[in-house]
Ligand binder design. Structure first.
Ligand code: IMP
Length: 429
C-alpha cells in the first residue's frame, strides 16, 4: 500500500473509525488532516469500545505512527484528555507514535464560546454545530489572527498573539453578545501548561510524512466528517469549516497532491445526518425511527439523535466522483436485516423536472423530490457472515445495485462494529 485515504462519502458518521483501524494494519503512518474534536471515530476491540476525536484511529495498533496534521483545528485539552484516557487503558501513546503539527491551529475557550454564541444568534437559521469551536478557529486561521500549536511552546511568543486575539474576541463577546469576557491571564497560564505537555509530540510533521513517503513507507490519510459537509462542495452553509475529502489532504497534511494514491469512500448502507441542513432521502416516519433504533444512531461526540433515511445514490455518486474514489466501502449492512422493504434514492426532480445527477451549486436541495427504487429486504442475521458468497441473495442484489448506481466498485462491506465483522470484496485488509 503506498499512500491511500479514507473519506466519508455522506454526511459523516459512516463508520470510518472502524475501517481506518482495519486498514491501518497495512500502514506505517495514519494521518488526520482536517476537522477537530467535532469528529468521533468509534473503534471496537473485543469488549472494549474506543471513541477517538482527535487522535488518529491507527493508535490502537502498536508500531504505527499517528499524525495530527497542520490542517486540524486542535483543542489541546481535548487531545490530552483523549491521550490520558488511552494511557489509562494501557494503550501506548508517546512522542514516537503520536506526532502533532506545530502549525495546527489552536482551539481556545473563546472559540468554543463564539461557536455557541453564533449559533444562538442565528436562531432558527443555526447550523447545528457540535459546539467544539471549529468554525471560529478556522475563521481566525483565514483572518490571520489564529494561534498555532508551536506558539504554545514559547511564553514570549504566545502572550502577545493571544492578547491580540482575545482583545478582539472579548469585545465581541461582551458588546455584541452581552456575555462575560474570558480572562486573559488564566487562559494564557492554562494554555502554556498544555503546551508544555504537548512539547514531546510537536514538530514539523509534514516534513516527517513526506520523508516517510520518499522512503516508500505506506501512509493512510484519515478524513473526518463527510464529503457532503465539505466547506466548498457540501450543502453550504450547513457544512463544517474544512475540506473533508481528498482535496483537504495536500493542504492539511503538507503532502504533495500528486502523491495521494487510492481513495476509499465510506458510506452506510442507508444514510444519516446530524445538525441542520438538507437531507433529501430523510425518512421522517416510522422507518426512519427504526433505522435510528436498529443502527443505534446517536452521535459519538454529542450524543444527539441522528436524522435517518435511505441510501442516496445520487449524492454518493457525486461524492465519489469529486473525491476520485477508487473504491466504496459500505458499512452497517447488518442494520438493514430488520427491514421488509429497502429504498434507494435514484434520482432527483425539481419543479416536476428530472435533474441530471447531483445539483452542485446553488440549487436548494430542500426543494428537491427524490425518486426511489424499492428493494425487498432479507431477514437473515448477517453479522457473522465473512464471505460475499455467504450473504443472502437479496443482500447481494442490494449491494450490487448500489454499486451500479454509484458507479464505483464496492470493495468491502462491514456487518457490525467489531474489527473482524468485515466482508472483503476486492480489498483485503
Ligand atoms: P461543526 O463542525 O461543529 O462546526 O459543525 C458543522 C456541521 O457539521 C454540523 O451539522 C455538525 O453536526 C456536522 N458535523 C461536524 N462534525 C461531524 C462529524 O464528525 N459527524 C457528523 N457530523 C458532523
Amino acid at each position: 500500500m503506498p499512500s491511500e485515504c479514507v473519506f466519508g462519502a455522506q454526511w459523516g458518521d459512516e463508520g470510518k473509525g472502524k475501517i481506518i483501524d482495519r486498514l491501518a494494519v497495512g500502514a506505517d503512518y495514519v494521518v488526520r488532516y482536517q476537522g477537530g474534536a467535532n469528529a468521533g471515530h468509534t473503534v471496537v476491540v473485543g469488549d472494549e469500545k474506543f471513541v477517538l476525536h482527535l487522535i488518529p484511529s491507527g493508535i490502537l495498533h502498536p508500531g504505527k505512527i499517528n499524525v495530527v496534521g497542520n490542517g486540524v483545528a486542535l483543542d489541546p485539552e481535548a487531545l490530552l484528555s483523549e491521550l490520558d484516557g488511552l494511557l489509562e487503558r494501557g494503550v501506548k501513546v508517546d512522542g514516537t507514535n503520536l506526532r502533532v503539527s506545530a502549525s495546527a491551529h489552536v482551539i481556545f475557550d473563546h472559540h468554543r464560546l463564539m461557536d455557541n454564541l453564533a449559533e444562538k444568534w442565528k436562531g432558527e437559521g443555526k447550523i447545528g454545530t457540535t459546539g467544539r469551536g471549529i468554525g471560529p478557529c478556522y475563521a481566525d486561521k483565514a483572518s490571520r489572527t489564529g494561534v498555532r500549536i508551536g506558539d504554545l511552546l514559547d511564553a514570549d511568543r504566545l502572550a502577545p498573539l493571544l492578547k491580540a486575539a482575545m482583545d478582539e474576541k472579548n469585545a465581541w463577546i461582551t458588546t455584541v453578545h452581552g456575555e462575560e469576557s474570558i480572562d486573559f491571564d488564566a487562559q494564557l497560564k492554562r494554555f502554556l501548561a498544555l503546551g508544555d505537555r504537548l512539547r514531546p509530540f510537536v514538530g514539523d510533521v509534514g516534513g516527517e510524512v513526506r520523508r516517510a513517503n520518499r522512503e516508500g513507507k505506506s501512509i493512510l490519510f484519515e478524513g473526518a466528517q463527510g464529503a457532503l459537509l465539505d466547506i466548498d462542495h457540501g450543502t453550504y452553509p450547513y457544512v463544517t469549516s474544512s475540506n473533508t475529502g481528498t482535496a483537504g489532504i495536500a493542504a492539511g497534511a503538507g503532502f504533495p497532491a500528486n502523491q495521494i494514491g487510492g481513495a476509499y469512500g465510506i458510506a452506510k448502507a442507508y444514510c444519516t445526518r446530524v445538525g441542520e441542513g438538507p437531507f433529501p432521502t430523510e425518512d421522517h416516519g416510522d422507518q426512519g425511527q427504526k433505522l435510528r433504533d436498529e443502527g443505534n444512531e446517536y452521535g459519538a461526540t454529542t450524543g444527539r439523535p441522528r436524522r435517518c433515511g435511505w441510501f442516496d445514490a445520487i449524492a454518493t455518486q457525486f461524492t465519489c466522483d469529486i473525491n476520485g474514489a477508487t473504491g466504496l466501502i459500505v458499512t452497517n449492512l447488518d442494520v438493514l436485516s430488520a427491514f421488509d422493504t429497502l429504498r434507494i434514492g435514484i434520482g432527483y426532480s425539481a419543479g416536476g423536472q428530472k435533474l441530471e445527477g447531483y445539483p452542485a451549486g446553488l440549487v436548494d436541495l430542500e426543494d428537491i423530490e427524490v425518486n426511489y427504487e424499492d428493494h425487498e429486504g432479507w431477514d437473515e442475521d448477517i453479522t457473522a457472515v465473512r464471505k460475499w458468497d455467504d450473504l443472502p441473495a437479496k443482500a447481494q442484489a442490494y449491494v450490487e445495485r448500489l454499486e451500479a448506481l454509484v458507479g464505483t466498485p464496492i470493495v468491502m462491506l462491514s456487518v457490525g462494529p467489531e474489527r473482524d465483522q468485515i466482508i472483503p470484496r476486492g480489498l483485503e485488509a
